[in-house]
Design a protein around this ligand. Structure first.
Ligand SMILES: [Zn+2]
Length: 140
């Protein structure tokens, strides 16, 4: 999934009762929804440290560790939002390999490259547009 899709999922998640009562949860939720790709795609495609864009931040240990860090620094509500956004990202990325147990389990990371599927991007932009409408219309 691309950035618009991840943001749309996060907007929908922000309507969950545990998150929607506090407007301050929106920013960490949106940030967490993009964090795994920001880290891994930068390391994989920008710095070429790994062969593709899913490894260090696309696993359960990064999810738990970063949530613990965010919770310790910014508190429980922000931690919930971070966890929701981050886990939502990993769940919708499951259309292809998500190395859930990396680095404890070995994965065959194939050489990848950053691509933008125009058709997928268009669908996600539409999804984001619809999510924005629902987000604005739904009662808070
Ligand atoms: Zn991702």
């Amino acid at each position: 999934m691309h950035i618009p899709g991840h943001l749309a999922i996060a907007l929908v998640q922000h309507r969950f009762p545990i998150l929607s009562k506090d407007k301050n949860t929106l920013k960490p939720l949106l940030m967490a929804s993009l964090f795994p790709d920001l880290v891994d795609k930068s390391l994989g495609y920008g710095f070429r440290i790994m062969p593709n864009g899913r490894h260090y931040a696309h696993n359960i240990f990064s999810l738990v560790g970063s949530t613990a860090f965010v919770t310790a620094v910014w508190g429980k509500k922000t931690g919930y939002a971070w966890f929701a956004g981050y886990s939502g990202h990993l769940i919708v990325d499951r259309n292809s390999l998500v190395p859930w147990l990396f680095p404890l389990q070995a994965y065959n990371f194939t050489q990848g490259r950053l691509t933008w599927d125009r058709s997928q991007l268009f669908k996600e932009m539409l999804f984001l547009f619809l999510a924005l409408i629902v987000y604005r219309l739904a009662p808070q």
